[in-house]
Design a protein around this ligand. Structure first.
Ligand SMILES: NC(=O)C1=CN([C@@H]2O[C@H](COP(=O)(O)OP(=O)(O)OC[C@H]3O[C@@H](n4cnc5c(N)ncnc54)[C@H](O)[C@@H]3O)[C@@H](O)[C@H]2O)C=CC1
Length: 467
């Protein structure tokens, strides 16, 4: 996931509107009463619908912004791979889209084919108009460019689904603290974003569309600003963490243990973002490979992938004593301890890391729930953590670990899982490469697990983790 997803703002020259102009944060952060907050945000988003008069015209010469960290466009347990729809379940009718949502989506559809040009233009505009914001972004912007448009698409996709959208944006706002994003940056980003969109949206861009974008961006950015402000009262923007152990398990996989400089609360199954000293402002996702430990140490499984700056640095360059930075924990692939259903876990490659944490979590809760782990790898050599998993199996009679080696089994992990079961009494957890998650979800739904009981991280985050 990563790359600054900053939204900056400045009430552009043509920005009209009331108060200090569109995009300008207009309220103090709200109190942290979750229920009340969600309701207010719901109301605010509802207010993005055709209420009120259109905002005054925006500058159409601005640039774009960065809205990043797709993280959780929706809770992981509800998240299905893009384009996925179970064929044998009735699909509920889509709620009617609001007028603003229709216009916003129309712009994105128009800009989609030239998204790379639009995002390049956006950043150029942003850095020319607001050079002080350049320092929030990594030196190389390649990955960053994609993230902006993906984040916009994610927000647009869920624009009428208040619960999902608010959760996504709050997470995004919190995650932006580590980039140094501040409330006053959002208007600048908004102005440049509209400048880029207006330039590339062709003839579909007019005053009505612009007003819809202003309302939408203002509401969305306010949610991010509020979430960041609220988070600031209870957690640092980032943690420094010293590497205290670095174990090369294969020629390209390392197990790295770090000691954060302050307590780092998280749940088994979650992940964090990590920045190395060698690639400043380039952040990558890694799952916690253990449940929370009494000594406060955290561990990660890192595979060096071709052209993966961060992963190569972590595997081949990092040593004990090096200090990395961690963002806040995120992700909802966590165990529901109120349930006594069995857990069916699929871990592909280094995707076994959070699965191991989940097993530890079940053990620590003293549950006696069945836990079935399918651990897939291309070769026997790639099963770098099998000894740990088998040791856990020996200690826990409720745990079954089944290694699946592609080369030996002549099939991949999801197909192996189809051969067992039935699984309809299990909750499922998947972690691994995007292709494994997609076909794994298909296999499990075919096997009788309702999709709402299947949890995994967002596929695009998994892609980012592998960089
Ligand atoms: N390091 C971490 O903390 C985490 C990593 N991940 C992701 O897990 C992945 C791990 O990569 P590698 O270790 O190279 O795994 P890999 O590419 O070697 O795949 C592992 C196994 O997954 C199955 N698989 C792979 N592609 C498949 C497909 N298209 N269809 C069906 N099954 C498939 C196969 O059984 C394969 O042996 C990366 O994408 C990484 O981003 C996910 C969560 C946490």
């Amino acid at each position: 996931m990563d790359a600054p997803t900053t939204a900056s703002a400045d009430s552009g020259s043509s920005g009209g509107g009331e108060d200090n102009g569109w995009f300008t944060p207009h309220r103090q952060p709200e109190p942290s009463q979750d229920g009340a907050r969600e309701t207010r945000e719901g109301n605010r988003l509802a207010g993005m619908r055709p209420v009120g008069r259109p905002a005054a015209g925006l500058s159409t010469t601005g640039g774009g912004s960065a809205v990043e960290e797709q993280r959780h466009a929706r809770p992981a347990h509800l998240m299905l791979p893009p384009g996925y729809a179970p064929v044998d379940r009735p699909v509920p009718p889509a709620p009617e889209a609001s007028p603003d949502a229709i216009l916003v989506r129309r712009t994105l559809a128009e800009v989609g084919p030239v998204a790379d040009k639009a995002t390049s233009y956006f950043y150029a505009l942003l850095f020319v108009r607001h050079p002080e914001l350049r320092a929030l972004f990594p030196a190389a912007m390649d990955t960053q460019r994609d993230r902006l448009f993906k984040a916009l698409l994610t927000a647009a996709e869920h624009i009428d689904d208040t619960e999902v959208l608010v959760a996504y944006l709050r997470n995004l706002g919190r995650g932006h603290r580590k980039y140094g994003t501040r409330a006053e940056h959002y208007p600048a980003v908004g102005e440049c974003l509209l400048g880029a969109l207006s330039r590339f949206a062709g003839e579909t861009w007019d005053a009505t569309v612009e007003a819809a974008w202003v309302r939408t961006y203002t509401a969305l950015s306010q949610i991010m600003i509020d979430a960041a402000a609220e988070d600031e009262r209870r957690a640092p923007a980032w943690w420094h963490a010293e590497i205290v152990a670095h174990e090369l398990r294969t020629s390209d996989i390392a197990v790295i243990t770090v000691r954060p400089d302050q307590p780092y609360p998280f749940l088994a199954g979650q992940y964090t973002t990590l920045e190395t000293p060698w690639w400043p402002r380039v952040w990558r996702h890694y799952s916690f490979a253990s449940s929370p430990r009494s000594d406060g140490l955290l561990s990660f499984h890192v595979k060096a992938v071709p052209a993966g700056w961060v992963s190569n640095a972590l595997v081949h360059r990092a040593r004990r004593g090096d200090v990395v930075r961690l963002g806040p924990p995120a992700g909802s692939m966590t165990v529901d301890h109120t349930s006594d259903s069995g857990l069916l876990c699929l871990g592909g490659g280094t995707g076994i890391a959070p699965i191991k944490a989940l097993v530890e979590d079940v053990a620590e809760h003293g549950d006696r729930r069945r836990v079935e782990v399918f651990y897939g790898a291309r070769t026997g050599h790639d099963l770098y953590d099998i000894d740990t998993m088998l040791r856990m199996q020996q200690s826990h009679p409720w745990l079954e670990v089944r290694p699946v080696v592609d080369q030996q089994a002549h099939l991949q992990l999801p197909d192996a899982v189809r051969e067992y079961g039935p699984w309809y009494e299990y909750d499922a957890y998947l972690s691994g490469p995007p292709g494994m998650i997609r076909s794994g979800v298909d296999a499990l739904v075919d096997n009788g697990i309702p999709s709402e009981r299947i949890r995994h991280d967002a596929v695009d985050e998994v892609v980012a983790a592998g960089q």
